[in-house]
Design a protein around this ligand. Structure first.
Ligand SMILES: [Cu+2]
Length: 515
């Protein structure tokens, strides 16, 4: 079989080769209770295009790319089986976990290795997710399809669904990724120096692993919990019905529900951020979710940012053709961040109904405020033509202790992004935080800063990932309290890093230790 046919096979393995009908609602990834998972296998399904998946072993059956559901207080207790030819970890993004369960990359699982992971879900209801985090391999493995969704529910979540009177099938959890497709072939992941600088951006969206994804929903409220699972692409999410931009309601962000819904016609969702939204499908036949065109503000220009990860020398890329495809001229035109991109569609079938009023109160969340007496910690994000993107002029080293934070301390972080820079979605492991204010936002983005303090709607609520545009300064409120349990005793290391995954693998990361 020649190379092109191999790659076409890769596209078919996504479940929707070009020309095939859209995916129907019956093929949504199955719901799996977190307590039923005995093993989570991380495996490569297509060695040519380098596609991978999670397989949940429930004992009686196995479920590929499961959507995990957890009631707050339930526990995950499973063996992670690494069937990849590379080291991996499973990082549960957004969850409050001790270092040993965080999967941050301090203790990767080697090829063929396994590790038991046990923890209690302590977080508020919301959309969380899990993905690989082995330093130097993260971007490649997430791009390969290793993205899992975890929905946490609690009483607030129950009350919301009841208030929306959601018809069956009108609640969807969607991971929006992007890949490069040329003809019927997936371009294997092979970032060149420009990709390392800007991040690997695809030309087609892949939603829950599917191209041209479409779901059938009933008239009435539709609740969508959406994750930007792209390595580097920012999304300016909106919904079209023909030429009309349909307004929707923001219900929640990374760490759960807001105090009250916010009505919007578009919202920025950067890599690793989540939004929980309600949209009224009554009186419509279909809705097309898109990322609208925007100025991506990539101000950094530079030469190669090749970072040598010692481990990479010992493990081949996931895609067989990666080396060939990175040859000059192999990539064709480079897809651009900020370009309009269709994401997925909703087909609305069924009898019209009366949409109940949206609940006015969603949770008891209070307005973000700096805790009294909190110390301010200042950080800078910079670009250096030789070192690449750095936090406080320090490229990442896995063995660094990083900075120390006192357990139980309240802090304000003042983070400044250089004017010669790019948008950096910054993620903190282990702790949710609140966004207090923004300053220095450029004009085109400032018009979407609809909230007090120059904040965006996605800055509301409990956050674990926050975007910094070039030239911006952000103030965050953090509380470093940890649960009083044996698993959290002793110094706990976490990470603060850019979730543009090419930047992350390119050393834009720091360790911190809670002591
Ligand atoms: Cu970045």
């Amino acid at each position: 079989m020649n190379r092109r046919r191999f790659l076409a096979a890769g596209l078919a393995s996504l479940g929707t080769g070009c020309g095939l009908p859209n995916v129907r609602s019956g093929t949504v990834s199955p719901r799996v209770s977190v307590v039923d998972v005995r093993r989570l296998v991380v495996e490569r399904t297509d060695p040519i295009a380098g596609r991978c998946r999670y397989l949940a072993d429930l004992g009686a059956r196995q479920v590929a790319q499961p959507i995990l559901w957890a009631r707050r207080g339930e526990s995950f207790d499973a063996v992670i089986d690494n069937a990849l030819p590379q080291p991996t970890t499973v990082h549960f993004h957004g969850l409050t976990l001790p270092e040993a369960q965080d999967g941050a990359g301090f203790d990767p699982i080697g090829p063929g290795g396994r590790k038991r992971v046990r923890f209690e879900v302590k977080n508020r209801s919301g959309l969380y997710w899990f993905h690989p985090h082995p330093h130097g391999f993260t971007a490649e493995q997430v791009h390969a399809g290793l993205v899992g969704l975890l929905i946490v529910t609690d009483e607030d979540d129950d009350a919301l669904d009841a208030g929306l009177a959601l018809p069956p099938g009108n609640r969807l959890a969607l991971a929006i990724a992007d890949i490069r497709v040329a003809g019927t072939a997936i371009r294997p992941y092979a970032p060149d120096p420009q990709d390392c600088l800007h991040g690997w951006v695809g030309n087609r969206s892949l939603v829950n692993g599917r191209l041209d994804a479409s779901w059938a929903v009933a008239p009435g409220w539709v609740r969508l919990q959406l994750l930007n699972a792209c390595n580097a692409r920012g999304l300016l999410l909106a919904f079209r019905d023909g030429d009309e931009l349909v307004r929707f309601h923001l219900l929640g962000t990374d760490g759960g529900l807001l105090a009250a819904p916010r009505e919007l016609d578009r919202v920025f969702v950067y890599s690793a951020e989540r939004v929980d939204i309600a949209i009224d499908a009554n009186g419509r036949r279909g809705l097309q979710a898109v990322s609208l065109e925007f100025d991506p503000r990539h101000h950094a220009q530079g030469a190669a940012l090749g970072h040598a990860h010692p481990e990479r020398a010992h493990h081949a890329p996931l895609a067989a053709e990666a080396v060939c495809e990175s040859a000059p001229g192999g990539q064709g035109e480079r897809p651009a961040d900020g370009a309009e991109l269709p994401l997925f569609s909703l087909r609305i079938d069924g009898a019209e109904t009366r949409t109940p009023p949206l609940p006015g109160r969603l949770s008891a969340l209070t307005e973000a405020a700096a805790p009294p007496g909190a110390e301010t910690r200042r950080m800078r994000l910079d670009f250096d033509e030789r070192a690449g993107f750095v936090i406080d002029q320090t490229p990442y080293r896995a063995d660094e202790r990083g900075f120390s934070v006192r357990r139980g301390a309240s802090e304000v972080w003042e983070i400044r992004n250089s004017p010669i820079s790019m948008p950096h979605p910054m993620h903190l492991h282990g702790f949710g935080f609140r966004v207090l204010r923004r300053q220095g936002t450029f004009g085109a983005a400032r018009k979407f800063a609809t909230e007090p303090g120059g904040r965006f709607a996605t800055d509301l609520g409990v956050k674990d990932t926050v975007l910094l545009w070039p030239n911006e300064t952000l103030w965050l409120a953090l509380d470093f309290g940890l649960p009083v349990e044996p698993a959290f005793r002793g110094p706990q290391r976490y990470m603060f890093h850019c979730h543009n995954l090419e930047h992350e693998d390119g050393m834009m990361m720091r360790n911190l230790t809670v002591v």
